[in-house]
Structures are given as C-alpha cells and as structure tokens.
Design a protein around this ligand. Structure first.
Ligand code: FDA
Length: 404
C-alpha cells in the first residue's frame, strides 16, 4: 500500500527544500526524497563554503533562457529581500561582496540548517537516501516507486537540478521525467565553466598559469535563431590556468559562448593601447616588453608580444604606427577560439533543461500534465555567476510551493 501525501518533492536541494517548506507552511502533507547521503551538497560547496545565497539586483536580465521573460513572474513574487528576511530571521550573519552578491559570514551550512528547520516546522517527511524507481500518472495524482516503499501524491515537484558535478549526485532524472510526459527539453550544456585552449596560437600563453587581471570579455551570442542572441559582455577578473582560462570573466562568458566561435578580451579596458603607444613613441625610449609591463603582468606582456610576432626587446621608437595598431588590437580586442570547456565536472550550472514553454510561469506546473511541477536548475533558466542561480531556486521553489 503506497503512503499518501499531498505533495512529493524529488530533490532536496535549494529549490526542493524551499518548495517543501512553503507547501508545508500552507498545511500540505509533504515528503522530500533525495538519493544523496548528505543533504544539499551544492549549497554546502557554494560560494567557496560561504554560499553566495542571493544577489540584491537579481532580475530577468541576469538569466539565460530560450524564453527570457519566463522567470519574471517568479522572481517578482519572491525577491532577494524576501530571502534576506529569512536569513535575518535565523540571525545568520551575512555581508555584501561586490556587485550585489550576498554571502554568509561564516558557513553555507547555516543556509542548509535554515532550510531544514523551515521544513521541520511544517513536519515535512524525509526519505533520504532513497533511490527513485519510476513515476506513474494515476487518475488523480502520481505514484512514485521508491526505495523504502511506494509513495502516492496529488502533486509531484521535480527539483533534481542539472548535470553539473556528477560526483556529488547530479543526474538527468528531471529530464527523463519530463520526456516521459512528452515535455520538450532545451539541450543541456555546461555553463559557468572554465574554457580550454591549445594549439600553436596558445603556446605563448600556456606557461602563464596563475596570472590574474581585470578584463572586459564579450562573445557573439547563443546562436542563430536563439534568444539572448545579443551575447554577453562582462567586466570581471580573468585567470590563466594550466589548461586555458578561468576566473569570473570566463565563467560568465562561457554561458554565452558557442563552440567554434571566438571570445573577445580587452586586457586593458581603461586604455586605447595603440593610441598610447603611438603618442609616446617619441618620448619613451624603452623596449616594447618594458613598456607593456607598466600596464600588464610582465610575463603576460612578453607572451602577447611573442604570440603576435614582436620581439620583446624591440624599441618602441623603432616601430611603425601600423604595427603598433596591430599590437593595440591584440591587447584591446584579443579574439581567441576556445577548444572546449572543462565540462560538467567543473561547471557550476547546466544551461538548458525543461523548456519553459511547457510550464506555467506563475506556478511552474506543466501545462499538459496537471499536478506535475519542475523547479530550479532542471528548468531552462540559468543565472549569471553571483547568487542569481540560488535566487532562481528560491523563487521557483516558492512559486511551486504556493501552488501545489
Ligand atoms: P540542486 O543541485 O541544489 O539539488 C538537486 C538535488 O536533487 C540534489 O540534492 C540531488 O542529490 C538530487 N537528485 C539529483 N538526481 C536525483 C535522483 N536521480 N534521485 C533523487 N535525487 C536526485 N549558485 C549561487 O547562486 N551562488 C553560489 O555561490 C553558487 N556556488 C556554486 C558553486 C559550485 C561549485 C556549484 C557546482 C554550483 C554553485 N551554484 C551557486 C549553483 C547552485 O548551486 C545551483 O544553481 C543550485 O543548487 C540549483 O538548485 P536546485 O535545487 O535546482 O538543484
């Protein structure tokens, strides 16, 4: 005999716990199921262990989706200030880092503890660790075949997240359930991920691992016929790694990058390098390498000169203006084509997911399957780096939790 609940939530991560707590506070009998042995690992490791739990400026413009307006309703009904109110209620100390990012002062464990306490207040039942066998649609509600006994529920919420970091329990269960009910999926791919480079054009930069600097980065867009085709443009820190490029600038642009296309870096966004070099030709007696090293890390300056066919010891005064313009371009508009990305094992998020055209933007319920909901990262809504992805998890969890 299946155990009966009003609501079953599969996936006890950020979105799932928020949804369960909100539904339980409305008097619903809720069960949360998860296959992991440790609760909410992604929250635990987030923000370097301090959880960047929201961003005060979060709005639809900070998200990628085939349908960029879909997230508007949920984001406006559960705002960063609402989540901050909960954090304050639990007396969790927090601080704002740059660009509106809010972090715990102490530990991301506090956010997990807070969400678990909210669930406990509403007597949410836990089934964890628990393998899910399958889902069946009944005349009224759903039947879940699960380790420890079957569960029958009126509403079923899928909050199993994306494919990023498989070693801590990410699976494609959410997509498989969507497909079982004939819901479209926007092809998933890694987002907020380091990019890799190799080949002759990268040789001069391969030894630069560890160098970091603030840059502007842009890329063309998410491809022909797609929304967000305006592409991304960010000013953030760049980090050279052993396999390519990382740092916030690259993580941000990776979500907009399409394989085979270049990213464009401005390594000195405050300066028109060609103008500066040409105008100081007659007064500055230095070698090119030393001139650039005034503005850029010396090893990077040397790598850029070598990669562009300049001898670092050539004298600035001897260079033709046309050549200095070419060098200026290589620094202010450095276009390079990544070989690939570090993939799901390093990606912070998964782009794509359940097509939002299949879901109600007010409730997150599937239009053609009454009672079936998808929330969080399983859905084709992906935030920038900086607390936006958790805000989407809270907001979409709240929307479903208020409706089930
Ligand atoms: P989430 O992944 O949190 O939860 C899904 C749950 O479903 C998991 O508990 C999993 O075990 C369970 N599950 C999966 N498959 C299952 C199956 N087959 N059966 C049963 N259960 C299953 N975002 C942000 O805003 N600020 C930040 O600081 C960071 N930092 C960060 C660091 C790192 C290293 C990563 C990888 C990611 C971040 N993120 C982030 C992104 C953020 O963690 C992510 O977007 C949210 O956790 C998504 O919330 P969900 O609830 O949708 O999925």
């Amino acid at each position: 005999m299946a155990k009966q609940y009003d609501v079953a939530v599969i996936g006890a991560g950020a979105a799932g716990m928020m949804c369960a707590a909100v539904a339980a506070a409305r008097g619903k009998r809720v069960v949360l199921l998860d296959h992991a042995t440790r609760l909410a690992e992604k929250i635990r490791i987030s923000g370097g262990g301090r959880c960047n739990f929201t961003n005060v400026g979060a709005g639809p413009a900070n998200f990628l989706s085939e349908n960029p307006n879909f997230c508007r309703s949920a984001l406006s009904r559960y705002t960063p200030q609402d989540f901050l109110g909960l954090v304050k209620k639990y007396r969790i100390a927090w601080h704002e880092k740059h660009k509106g990012q809010l972090f715990c002062d102490d530990s991301s464990e506090q956010i997990i503890g807070m969400l678990r306490a909210e669930c406990q207040q509403g007597d949410v039942a836990w089934r964890m660790p628990c393998k899910i066998g399958g889902i069946e649609k009944l005349d009224a509600g759903f039947l879940i075949t699960a380790e420890g006994g079957d569960i029958a529920c009126d509403s079923l919420v899928i909050a199993t997240g994306g494919l990023s970091i498989p070693k801590i329990g990410a699976t494609d269960l959410g997509y498989r359930i969507a497909q079982q009910f004939d819901l479209q999926i926007v092809a998933p791919r890694p987002g907020l991920v380091p990019l890799t480079f190799d080949g002759p054009s990268w040789e001069a930069f391969a030894p630069l691992a560890g160098i970091a600097l603030e840059v502007e980065v842009s890329t063309g867009g998410t491809g022909k016929g797609k929304k967000n085709k305006g592409g991304g443009h960010f000013r953030e820190d760049l980090l050279f790694t052993h396999r390519g490029l990382s740092g916030p600038a690259i993580l941000q642009i990776s979500s907009y990058w399409q394989p085979g296309t270049p990213i464009v870096l401005d390594l000195l966004p405050e300066m028109d390098v060609a103008e500066e070099l040409i105008s100081s030709k007659t007064t500055v007696k230095k070698q090119l390498g030393n001139v650039l090293a005034q503005w850029l890390p010396a090893r990077l300056a040397e790598g850029l000169l070598l990669a562009n066919g300049f001898a670092p010891d050539a004298r600035l005064a001897d260079m033709a203006d046309a050549k200095l313009r070419k060098l200026g371009d290589a620094i202010n508009r450095w276009a390079i084509v990544p070989t690939g990305s570090e993939g799901y094992k390093k990606a912070e998020v998964t782009l794509g997911g359940v097509d939002t055209r299949e879901l109600s933007q007010q409730t997150m319920m599937a239009n053609k399957v009454p009672g079936l909901y998808f929330i969080g990262e399983t859905v084709d809504v992906t935030g920038w780096l900086g607390g936006y992805n958790f805000q989407w998890a809270w907001a979409s969890g709240f929307a479903a939790g208020s409706s089930v």
